[in-house]
Design a protein around this ligand. Structure first.
Ligand code: SF4
Length: 93
């Protein structure tokens, strides 16, 4: 896919599939003008179908963006696993 085809593909997605309130940040990420924080936010929004609460409660603990995801005050070592989260045996305390 060449650059022009990618832009057409992205524009179609933005206009037809992205909630209007999120189009700006995702468009900036596509164009490369977003800050790293904005790009992470755009990625997380795309990942969970633009449902903010699902970013807050994201259980993608292996996702490299997990500690950087928006809509949460969780930072540092205060990670709380949900009751039904599964952790490999070697990591259980
Ligand atoms: S942190 Fe969660 S919501 Fe964000 S990209 Fe990773 S898995 Fe998706």
């Amino acid at each position: 896919m060449n650059e022009d085809e990618i832009k057409i593909y992205q524009n179609h997605h933005l206009e037809n599939e992205v909630n209007i309130s999120h189009r700006g940040i995702i468009a900036r990420a596509y164009s490369g003008t977003a800050s790293p924080r904005q790009a992470i936010k755009a990625m997380c929004l795309e990942c969970v179908g633009e449902i903010r609460a699902d970013i807050t409660s994201c259980t993608g603990y292996l996702c490299p963006l997990w500690k950087f995801r928006p809509y949460t005050k969780q930072r540092g070592n205060d990670v709380q696993l949900s009751d039904n989260a599964t952790v490999p045996v070697e990591f259980e305390s």
